[in-house]
Design a protein around this ligand. Structure first.
Ligand code: 2M8
Length: 439
């Protein structure tokens, strides 16, 4: 179902509509993913938003990242949510009164005056910061954007490469299914099943006020998410002390860290610092990624469960995202491209790239990260295809993504076979990444 390219007039309309979404979702210092469902600042959303915003207002794109990194903790972690104090505490669960960052996170250096969550999300920020700089280098220099961001981004990467290398194998681990951003992916099912759910009635979900239950994680998923987050909080968000009930090395998370480490080398060069440390770290992490997570038989990267030490069987879009990694061995890249076009992901035959294996029993085309196609992963795969010279496939994916963004009114995600929008509309990263693909 490769869609026809939107013609000139349609492109201009799409551009205007996408810009309008970003204007509406801008709160004065940052962009919310959605006014209703996600009324605060999210970490990787902001990085994707900045990539689009730079085409409308490079200055605003800089502010987006500055606001997020302004809430960074002393230990280097960048929280996955920065709470907006103007939004009522009960508008989103789990909110500031659940995470209690300033008190519980004091030992880890949580900022005293900003409320944040205590977990993280994929590190797309250096990659975004470098692109934002390139959009208007003069404005960036005038505002001292890179010199101010560089130490913060470097500390963020040091946290992930240090405290989060739980297995000591050279990759960062995620300790909650919200951290990789692919919340209820079937890949987490087995690891999550070992987590004792929080008692029913001990918390109240707010997401179901805004999105159909069939498109969202289940109550049982949430009970386990709550248990894990509570335990981390009650151990002062200390990675060494917390008995992590969930610890996984995720390919998408680590691929983004590597791509961002390359971007950080460019940033280092621009501010007169040594890029060597970043390039060496990127090279070592790429070797670890291939060594620990590549599955040559499947032609995909698999997550590794640190509780069992074994790879997690299950093909997720996360395992294809390493296509963005510079310097990936050629046979690995070729394997990923083959898998993308194969029956499990059906590139060109379904809409965008499904978040989970189309042929698997767990595939559910409506439910969040268990099958629907998402625009951020499509954008990453597009970038990976371009990197590996797959221009025709990249061009088709780009046109499909633009058409789908328009037709679905910037849906959060799509049913892959019909291309129908799911979740909420006017979703920020959908609009931002469509804008970026228009340029
Ligand atoms: C979703 O996750 C949040 C929790 O962080 C939620 O379900 O409430 C995910 O899609 C995540 O990747 C995304 O960053 C976030 C905000 O768009 O929503």
């Amino acid at each position: 179902t490769a869609a026809a390219a939107p013609a000139g007039g349609r492109r201009a309309r799409l551009r205007r509509a996408a810009a309008q979404v970003l204007l509406t979702n801008w709160t004065g210092a940052a962009t919310v993913p959605s006014r209703a469902l996600y009324p605060h600042q999210w970490s990787w959303d902001s990085a994707f938003v900045a990539l689009g915003l730079r085409h409308i207002s490079p200055r605003r794109a800089q502010r987006e990242l500055e606001t997020l990194l302004g809430a960074q903790w002393g230990d280097g972690r960048v929280p996955h949510i920065v709470f907006n104090p103007a939004v009522p505490a009960g508008a989103y669960f789990p909110g500031p009164d659940f995470w209690r960052s300033a008190a519980a996170g004091r030992g880890a250096g949580a900022p005293p005056a900003v409320h944040t969550s205590g977990i993280v999300q994929p590190p797309v920020h250096a990659l975004a910061a470098w692109q934002v700089h390139l959009a208007d280098p003069a404005e960036s220099r005038r505002r001292g954007f890179l010199p101010r961001l560089y130490p913060r981004l470097a500390a963020w990467h040091r946290y992930l490469a240090g405290a989060r290398d739980l297995a000591g194998g050279g990759l960062a681990a995620v300790v909650h299914p919200w951290e990789p951003g692919l919340d209820n992916s079937p890949v987490w099912d087995a690891a999550l099943a070992r987590v004792e759910p929080a008692p029913p009635g001990s918390f109240t979900r707010t997401d179901l006020d805004h999105s159909p239950a069939a498109d969202r994680p289940t109550d049982l998923d949430y009970a386990r998410y709550v248990r894990l987050a509570t335990s981390y909080r009650d151990h002062a968000y200390d990675d060494a002390r917390t008995p992590h009930g969930f610890a996984v090395e995720d390919p998408c998370f680590n691929a983004l860290l590597i791509a961002s480490e390359h971007a950080l080398a460019s940033i280092a060069r621009a501010v007169g610092a040594d890029p060597g440390v970043h390039l060496r770290r990127a090279e070592a992490a790429t070797a670890a990624l291939v060594d620990r997570l590549w599955d040559p038989a499947g032609g995909v990267f698999l997550a590794r469960d640190l509780a069992t030490g074994a790879p997690i069987p299950g093909y997720s879009v996360s395992g294809l995202v390493p296509l963005i990694v510079p310097g990936l061995p050629a046979d690995v890249a070729a394997g990923l491209v083959r898998t993308l076009h194969g029956p499990r992901f059906g590139l060109g035959r379904v809409h965008l790239v499904p978040s989970y294996d189309l042929t698997a029993a767990q595939f559910d085309g409506n439910r969040y990260w268990r099958g629907p196609s998402w625009f951020n992963t499509a954008w990453l795969i597009h970038r990976g295809l371009v990197r590996h010279g797959e221009h025709e496939a990249a061009g088709r994916l780009r046109e499909q993504t633009l058409t789908a963004a328009h037709r679905s009114r910037f849906a959060e995600y799509l049913e892959p076979y019909t291309g129908d929008g799911r979740g909420i509309r006017n979703f920020s990263w959908t609009a931002a990444l469509a804008l970026d693909l228009l340029h």
